[in-house]
Design a protein around this ligand. Structure first.
Ligand code: HEC
Ligand code: HEC
Ligand code: HEC
Ligand code: HEC
Ligand code: HEC
Ligand code: HEC
Ligand code: HEC
Length: 429
């Protein structure tokens, strides 16, 4: 039992709004980190071979993309489901509709308790701003230009400074419906944190980088951004497909499009691990990876970060956790797509997810005659609470206004195993 508890420590989420992250990491996490590090080290060694073959890759250009709206006519079903997904909603041009935090007086500020206050304000130009005041005197003002995050857990905001992007100091924290400080700057607002193409690679379908690789800081073309993680992130740039199918309405066969339904297991996992794989260190320009490619040609796993669980660029590592699970190691088939519908938003649909467990674990099986399963009425309704329980993140924790201890978010672990504590909780109900 002890061993299991040690493994059940947190994935390497990096702060969404970083509070006192160092204070909340204990000895146990070190143990976990070293075991993950070993795994990743081994993994990094075998991907190394692939890397030798790699040459400098060229990301596709903006004109290779058609945009998801162009898929509507011919793929109405996929499109309509996708509109509600966290992927689709994960970035967009800032507007009254997609900024979730409040601009109402009394709820529209974050007080750093040292004379500095940042207020969220709507200007007479109809745009939204974060404005820093020191002892009541305005010091700095920047516009909300881009929203990052569907607000499942929170949202961060970016602002254009010429052709550069910076992150705004105040972030929105959904669990408490409050503004909080952005990652890494707990005690003073910072208006100049640069946003990299890697951040955009995980939160947009495409962002045109216009700076050269050796430039100090990265620049983007604001007119060549495709917001949301949309069709073409998983199916490849599709302008040619749209042109061809439009010109040949009689054609039943698809051309110039990538279909992940034909992928092997590694290709499927790599597509999701591009963004859900923890700390990847790029070896090629951002946006070079296309669905179907091997991640190892574009990235190595950054093991240095694993020792500290710090950094700002990556959050979840569902891939790393799943890979340690017996469901993964003892089946040859399990991928993210076994449980997740890539197009739909199925958040909170425990029954649906449990049915997917049952595709491999029939309740007729002897496991289900065991005492722990028998205490659960309607066992088929919920495998998740006991075997993929929500756990408190050790690194996504925010320091809310006036608080002295950080508030951590909770996420479902993807290390699927037996968690005795969760089961005991269930039994008491
Ligand atoms: C003018 C109609 C048309 C448009 C627009 C269109 N498609 Fe298709 N697409 C088709 C046809 C026809 C097929 C082949 C039949 C099928 O699988 O539905 C297809 C197939 C596909 C497939 C499956 C490929 C395969 O190998 O079976 C994917 C994925 C796809 N399209 C994605 C997209 C995306 C993404 C867009 C928007 C960027 C898009 N399509 C726009 C007509 C269209
Ligand atoms: C380009 C980066 C990227 C790729 C590729 C990607 N994801 Fe995501 N995914 C994200 C981001 C970012 C979020 C968080 C979106 C948000 O809430 O703002 C997310 C959220 C999710 C969620 C949570 C949805 C919810 O309701 O909260 C699931 C499940 C998920 N992704 C599964 C997958 C699977 C499966 C794949 C592979 C087929 C995949 N993702 C590929 C970036 C990506
Ligand atoms: C390696 C890919 C990756 C990078 C780089 C990355 N993110 Fe994320 N981000 C994710 C994923 C995946 C999620 C979904 C939550 C999770 O699994 O932890 C997410 C979640 C978020 C959320 C919460 C969204 C929600 O709806 O709750 C915010 C806000 C966010 N990221 C902001 C950023 C910002 C700002 C940057 C750049 C400074 C960034 N992220 C860089 C992958 C990434
Ligand atoms: C997060 C990745 C992701 C996104 C975003 C995404 N798809 Fe898919 N799509 C997949 C995967 C994976 C499959 C393979 C079948 C499956 O697992 O559902 C697929 C299958 C399909 C198919 C059917 C192919 C077949 O043979 O069954 C079509 C058509 C399609 N997608 C169109 C779209 C369109 C249109 C959009 C945008 C509105 C879109 N997809 C967005 C990942 C994605
Ligand atoms: C692709 C098939 C597959 C799917 C889907 C699947 N599993 Fe498994 N799972 C396995 C295999 C194979 C094993 C190892 C052999 C065994 O214990 O039956 C396993 C083992 C387990 C174990 C024992 C783990 C341990 O550390 O002892 C649990 C608990 C479990 N699965 C729960 C689940 C739950 C809950 C789901 C759904 C969220 C799920 N599984 C989905 C194939 C799968
Ligand atoms: C055995 C089934 C299973 C597999 C395989 C699986 N997931 Fe999940 N995933 C779940 C369940 C169940 C949830 C919780 C859904 C809910 O209740 O909203 C979840 C939640 C998530 C979330 C949201 C986390 C949170 O708690 O907010 C993300 C992101 C995600 N999965 C990504 C992935 C990725 C990426 C992969 C592949 C590396 C993957 N999942 C593989 C079952 C699975
Ligand atoms: C009340 C919590 C609880 C729920 C709900 C639950 N399980 Fe379990 N499960 C356990 C416990 C505890 C064990 C360890 C064996 C025991 O003591 O009964 C276990 C064992 C298992 C095992 C075998 C692990 C081993 O020891 O080899 C599998 C597979 C499994 N569960 C799958 C599922 C699936 C699939 C569901 C949903 C249909 C489910 N469980 C629902 C608590 C739960």
């Amino acid at each position: 039992m002890k061993k299991r508890a040690a493994i059940s420590v947190q994935p390497s989420y990096i702060s969404l709004c970083m509070g006192l992250k160092n204070n909340i990491q204990g000895k146990r996490s070190l143990l976990m980190i070293s075991s993950i590090t070993l795994g990743i080290f081994l993994l990094a060694r075998c991907v190394d071979k692939d890397n030798h073959a790699a040459q400098t890759a060229r990301p596709p250009g903006f004109t290779a993309f058609a945009g998801s709206a162009s898929c509507t006519g011919c793929h109405k079903n996929a499109y309509e489901k996708h509109l509600h997904s966290a992927h689709y909603l994960t970035s967009g041009i800032a507007s009254e509709k997609n900024i979730k935090g409040s601009f109402e007086s009394g709820r529209n500020s974050f007080d750093f308790s040292n004379g500095t206050v940042v207020a969220m304000e709507k200007n007479t130009d109809g745009k939204y701003y974060q404005v820093a005041y020191v002892n009541g005197v305005e010091k700095k003002r920047r516009r909300f230009d881009i929203v990052i995050g569907s607000a499942t857990k929170g949202q961060s905001y970016l602002s254009w400074v010429n052709d550069r992007l910076v992150q705004l100091p105040i972030t929105y924290f959904t669990a408490n419906d409050q503004w909080c400080n952005s990652p890494g700057y707990p005690y003073q607002p910072a208006f100049n944190r640069p946003i990299t193409s890697r951040c955009m690679e995980c939160h947009t379908t495409f962002s045109q980088v216009v700076s050269t690789p050796d430039a100090k800081g990265e620049s983007f073309d604001a007119n060549k951004m495709i917001y949301g993680i949309s069709c073409e992130k998983c199916h490849g740039p599709a302008a040619e497909h749209v042109a061809f199918q439009t010109k040949h309405p009689e054609a039943k066969e698809a051309r110039f499009i990538i279909n992940p339904a034909k992928f092997n297991r590694r290709q499927l996992l790599d597509l999701c691990a591009l963004c859900h794989g923890g700390r990847l260190q790029k070896t090629q320009p951002s946006f070079s990876f296309t669905a179907g490619d091997s991640l190892a040609r574009y990235f190595t796993w950054d093991t240095s970060g694993m020792q500290t669980l710090s950094g700002i660029d990556v959050h979840g590592n569902q891939y790393g956790l799943l890979k340690q699970s017996k469901c993964f190691t003892m089946s040859n088939t399990l991928t993210c797509n076994t449980c997740h519908d890539a197009h739909a938003n199925e958040k909170g649909q425990t029954v649906v997810f449990s049915q997917r467990c049952m595709s491999c674990h029939s309740t007729v099986h002897e496991h289900f005659s065991k005492i722990n399963h028998q205490v659960v009425t309607g066992i088929k309704q919920d495998c998740i609470s006991c075997h993929m329980p929500k756990q408190t993140s050790r690194s996504i924790a925010v320091l809310l206004e006036g608080a002295t201890t950080p508030t951590a978010i909770k996420m479902h672990t993807h290390f699927i195993t037996v968690y005795p504590e969760e089961t005991n909780h269930f039994k008491k109900l």
